[in-house]
Design a protein around this ligand. Structure first.
Ligand code: THU
Ligand code: ZN
Length: 128
């Protein structure tokens, strides 16, 4: 898990955050062990900023990955930032409830499952 947190920290260096100055990095490990990362990319209209987790999911999915086994999230503040509601739903599209979500607190970390962060999720099956 250290490696995943390190990847989430590192990608923050490429965040585009002229408005909030709050960098976020996410690192998503696929079932076959590769790691895809994303950072937040803000926009002058304020509302359509890309979140780090969304970018990481997009990077992985566009390379053909659909199965994931862990996510690490880190902010420059090392404040244990968790994925926002929108990102939780984006993750739930591809990940099971038991996906570990590791949130960086500097020397410490808190680990949740996706199911803890987003219980009773709407899923594809419900739309059948
Ligand atoms: N942010 C993320 O990248 N992921 C989240 O789920 C929480 C929020 C970003 C968006 C914005 O660039 C900054 O953090 C402050 O909200
Ligand atoms: Zn988000």
């Amino acid at each position: 898990m250290d490696e995943l947190i390190e990847a989430a920290r590192e990608v923050q260096g490429r965040a585009h955050v002229p408005y909030s100055d709050y960098t976020v990095g996410a690192a998503l490990r696929t079932a076959d062990g590769s790691v895809y990362v994303g950072c937040n990319i803000e926009n002058a209209n304020y509302s359509n900023s890309l979140h780090a987790e969304e970018v990481a999911v997009a990077e992985a999915v566009k390379e053909g990955h659909r199965e994931f086994d862990a996510l690490a999230v880190s902010s420059g503040a090392r404040d244990g930032v968790t994925p926002c509601g929108m990102c939780r739903q984006t993750l739930a599209e591809f990940c099971d409830d038991d996906l570990p979500v590791v949130c960086d607190e500097g020397d410490d970390r808190t680990e949740y499952t996706l199911g803890q962060l987003l219980p009773n999720t709407i899923t594809e099956e419900m739309l059948e």
